[in-house]
Unconditional design. Structure first.
Length: 369
């Protein structure tokens, strides 16, 4: 006889930030919740990122989700007791065309963007002498992903969510999830396994062109030993966020960086960093896309991140404490929301902004069930 794991109004598969956000929203609506996670703790993209909720730089659905998620982050930080800072983002401009994009962005977004002189940038963050100005995005948040994700899971468990850790979902059908530990009956099943959506619904993944994005990140000592409150981004970041696409000067930035630094454009560099609560810096990151990524990482990826971050900080070199590979789902559209069967929802953030948007996305998805 197959053991039963009981039943729940909502069964969430995946305990990363997207899965936890759906569990949270379901609990907020008074629904019973069970979460199935194949690992004994969250170990994927949700704990391997910058901990940067960068809503301001988004557009369209991502902007709406990110704005809505901000209040959930603040509320949960208080309830679950994890570290959160409302310190915003400093965008560092090191060329006139980058400064022009930021000025145009400020005209579009008003109070969400505050332009900074070179001196004002230097007052907020330690950067090298090539910074000519920048902008501050005050509404963005910072968390420590290594702390906040398990803290949210613990908080949800205290509120009554049942977590089945180290449990693999083998099969999903209306009203039922078959797992490595038995059957779990569900009113609604929400699959939130990120890039592994193709493990359960390969045709759906193919339809949405879902691939795996592999990135390289590092944790380094802070060469200046100072507190760096905001997240710090650069001209390379302008090329990676949809909000800047509306700025007339953005093509000039793309053309110049492609001509001057083709090797960095080729590895998908998003030159940025955040400071962790212990004072060290999370730096990165590079991007490569494939359905089945090769397991081999060229050393030049890390070397480029270290070299460019040192230059940004005006430091001769950086001391590496940790290195890692992150993997997230990337698709033709930034979000995959589908109902492949009655009572089954597949939800994935396929644009690398799960920490920014998950709670806003989950609120809308759970409202439909």
């Amino acid at each position: 006889m197959i053991d039963t794991l009981g039943s729940a109004d909502v069964v969430v598969i995946g305990a990363g930030i997207v899965g936890l956000a759906h569990a949270y929203e379901a609990l907020e609506r008074g629904l019973s919740v069970a979460v199935v996670e194949r690992n004994d703790r969250a170990a994927g993209a949700s704990v391997r990122n910058f901990g940067h909720a960068c809503a301001t730089a988004q557009d369209a659905d991502a902007l709406r989700y990110g704005r809505a998620a901000r209040s959930s982050w603040i509320k949960l930080a208080d309830q679950a007791g994890f570290w959160l800072r409302r310190t915003g983002t400093v965008m560092v401009a090191r060329a006139e065309d980058e400064l022009a994009v930021l000025a145009e962005f400020g005209e579009l977004r008003g109070a969400e963007v505050r332009m900074l002189s070179a001196a004002e940038v230097a007052e907020r963050v330690p950067v090298g002498p090539d910074a000519i100005g920048g902008a501050w995005l005050p509404d963005d948040l910072r968390v420590d992903p290594r702390e906040c994700v398990p803290a949210i899971a613990r908080h949800l468990a205290e509120r009554g969510a049942r977590f089945h850790w180290a449990t693999t979902a083998h099969g999903i059908e209306p009203g039922l999830v078959r797992t490595s530990r038995g059957e779990l009956r569900a009113g609604t099943v929400i699959l939130a396994t990120g890039h592994d959506v193709d493990r359960h619904f390969p045709e759906l993944a193919a339809q949405h062109a879902v691939k795996r994005c592999v990135l390289r990140m590092l944790r380094v000592e802070n060469p200046h030993g100072t507190t760096i409150d905001p997240a710090v981004q650069t001209g390379f970041s302008l090329l990676r966020y949809g909000g800047f696409e509306a700025c007339p000067s953005l093509p000039a930035v793309r053309e110049r960086l492609t001509a001057e630094r083709p090797e960095l454009i080729g590895i998908g560099l998003n030159l940025m960093f955040t400071q962790r609560p212990d004072g060290t810096l999370t730096i990165g990151d590079t991007h490569a896309y494939d359905t089945t990524p090769a397991p081999f990482d060229p050393e030049e990826l890390d070397a480029a991140v270290l070299r460019e971050t040192a230059g940004l900080l005006g430091a001769p070199q950086l001391t590496v404490l940790e290195r890692w590979r992150g993997v997230y789902g990337s698709g033709a559209q930034p979000f995959l929301i589908a109902a492949p069967a009655e009572g089954v929802r597949v939800v994935a953030v396929t644009a690398g902004v799960g920490m920014t948007t998950a709670f806003g996305l989950a609120a809308e998805v759970v409202a439909t069930i």
